[in-house]
Write a protein of this length. Sequence first.
Length: 297
Amino acid sequence: MSREPVNLVEVGPRDGLQNESRPLDVERRVELIHRLVDAGLTTVEAGSFVSPKWVPQMADTDQVLDRLDLDAGIHYPVLVPNQKGLDAALSAGAKDIAIFGAASESFSKKNINCSIEESLDRFRPVAEQALGNGMRVRGYVSCLVACPYEGRIEPNQVVPVVRAMFEMGCYEVSLGDTIGRGTPKQIHAVLDALLSEFKPEQLALHCHDTYGMAIANIVAGLEKGIRTFDASVGGAGGCPYAPGASGNVATEDVVYLLESEGFETGVDVEALVETGKWLFGELDKMPPSKVNQAYQS
Ligand code: HMG
Ligand code: MG
């Protein structure tokens, strides 16, 4: 019997590395991406065209893209916050970009130095030009249920930002529980609000695992029909502008969950575990992923 497919968006080379005190050089970032593709991932976020003064770990993303085969059928999205980022993404040959906004004013200000409205005004021409150049544009909305500066965020703060992203032509909006504070009931509530307007296949869940709730929240997403999840190998990551946020949910943990529950991910969990081990060896620490640890024992 054929199994229902679930899409995974690997964000380790971007979200996983953007907050590391020990930045990885271009060569190791490229090796990480190759290992992830070899494990079966077909969408791997490759970096960010943001200010290297703000996020030095993502400097030289153009050199990373230069060393990837961008025509091999794998999607390599890059984060783009503004026109300057789009210009850099275009020159580097990127075919997929992600614009990233937030449902919280304070987070928007800290993360991209402008209000929500200013960010949307900035993204609109960026998305238009990207689409005109044949790129795919993904949207992110951070602070799905909570903000590190404002606390609880209500569904009615999220919906208009998601709507604006779709009006700009995003093919999908990824919903970020940036500080991993959400629980299944809150995820259900915000998804109910969004699903009264959008289809589940337009939405992705991007869960950080700060409070250990990410897997439960992914199950909550599955219950509501969401079939695209972002994850980071080994559980690497965190946002530099979200104090206390730990890594994304580990890709190994999500693959283990989904495959055991009868979904098809196309990803080889053992190859992922090896990649997580290798990455955390380079970072000189233990991967937080439970599945990774279980496979080592
Ligand atoms: P700003 O200071 O307001 O920008 O920063 P500006 O336009 O005033 O320019 C200031 C300087 O930055 C100038 O350089 C620009 O050239 C340069 P200077 O003249 O001082 O030498 N600059 C750039 N350089 C390279 N690339 C660019 C760029 N733009 C301006 N694109 C800006 C605004 C958005 C650039 C800044 O705030 C920034 O880079 N922020 C980083 C945001 C970031 O990467 N955050 C982490 C990713 S988001 C996240 O993790 C959440 C997510 O995972 C989902 C979730 O978990 O919720 C996606
Ligand atoms: Mg994130």
